[in-house]
Design a protein around this ligand. Structure first.
Ligand code: COI
Length: 355
């Protein structure tokens, strides 16, 4: 499918200080858009000036949340070239989310091509500063003006771009996480594995209560027995217990993170034992009491590798590795960011150049 291009006549000034980008609140000059209508399929692919969209107040996405999204980044390499990290994985996951949310799928190769074309037009927006990148947010939502509950017949697919720094204001300093005992994020058979807006809306109440106690994020437990660890919402979670790297297995309620998958592959390539299995919060607390909880860290596109310095479960506060980044977290951070920013050789074949 041809992608039409309409360039803006009023480009915005780029951020002056790339060390103060924050996350997700600055947007570039252009966006990609494409429409779907039942009977016609996906059509009208275009890159247009970034701007407001008009929607009917009855648009179905606003009422029943039929929406899915992705998050990936374009990185400026040490040699000045720009690259994406595993975009095929993001678009494969977008189609998995689409199937769960009854949204029509899109050809994955085409979405990669659209992303490359948009980033190439916006290449001057890709930050030059260490640790900063161009965050890419593809998303699809239902637009039919109808307030009955059924899958929509009309959708809009957009890709917007945001030059961004660290997701957490703490940067690479350890985050404080609170184990959520009251609310749940997902149950098996639900939508936990899909990247859909509702999973994030449902997390806000726990996050708000965590903030009131000076914790940044919550760690979700399984929705049935409330004892197995799932994920953080903005990232997957890993524990290093007695030298072994452990992350909860994917059984339907955990997001299959691409940084999660890559971190497991990096560990295995370095001969570090890395296991996906069910793990209870009690096992983590017991390992802590036995002096065997070496490290805790989160993984995510936005979060990269985020060490966890404090973990609070009820009245128990666990301080991990003296609230400092541990050696495996540091190795993973250095390897992942080294590959992403083109500072070390990509022996895994994970990067895709932007021509
Ligand atoms: C990402 O890591 O890209 C995500 O989509 C998580 C979001 C909370 C920023």
């Amino acid at each position: 499918m041809e992608i039409k291009v309409e360039l803006t006549k009023t480009p915005k000034a780029k951020p002056q200080d790339e060390t103060k980008l924050g996350f997700g609140h600055i947007f570039t000059d252009h966006m990609f858009a494409m429409n779907y209508d039942t009977g016609k399929g996906w059509h009208d692919a275009r890159i247009v000036p970034y701007g407001e969209i008009s929607l009917s107040p009855a648009a179905m996405c606003l009422h029943y949340g039929q929406e899915i999204f992705e998050g990936l980044k374009a990185y400026r390499r040490a040699d000045g070239k720009i690259q994406l990290f595993r975009p095929d994985e993001n678009y494969k996951r977008l189609n998995n989310s689409a199937r769960r949310m009854v949204i029509p799928e899109i050809d994955e190769e085409f979405m990669i091509e659209a992303t490359k074309k948009l980033v190439s037009i916006e290449k001057d927006w890709v930050p030059h500063t260490d640790g900063a990148a161009l965050y890419i947010r593809p998303f699809i939502f239902a637009t039919d003006p109808y307030v009955g509950v059924r899958p929509a017949d009309h959708y809009l697919f957009l890709i917007i771009l945001s030059p961004s720094g660290a997701y957490y204001s703490t940067g690479l300093n350890p985050v404080k996480i609170y184990v959520e005992n009251n609310y749940v994020r997902a149950v098996r058979g639900g939508t936990g594995f899909a990247k859909t807006a509702a999973n994030y809306a449902i997390s806000l109440k726990g996050q708000e209560e965590a903030h009131e106690q000076d914790y940044e994020q919550v760690l979700w437990l399984d929705g049935v027995e409330r004892k197995y660890i799932e994920e953080v919402g903005s990232m997957n979670i890993f524990f290093v217990i007695d030298g072994e790297v452990i992350t909860p297995e994917l059984q339907g309620s955990v997001l299959p993170g691409i940084t999660r998958k890559s971190a497991l592959e990096v560990c295995k390539s370095k001969g570090i034992k890395a296991t996906e299995r069910r793990i209870t919060i009690q096992e983590v607390a017991d390992a802590y009491d036995a002096g065997k909880l070496d490290e805790v860290f989160g993984t995510g596109t936005a979060a990269v590798i985020s060490p966890v310095g404090h973990l609070k479960w009820g009245d128990k506060i666990m301080t991990i590795n003296n609230n400092e980044i541990g050696p495996i977290s540091q190795m993973l951070y250095d390897t992942m960011t080294g590959i992403q920013w083109g500072k070390i050789e990509d022996t895994f074949g994970w990067t895709t150049p932007i021509e």
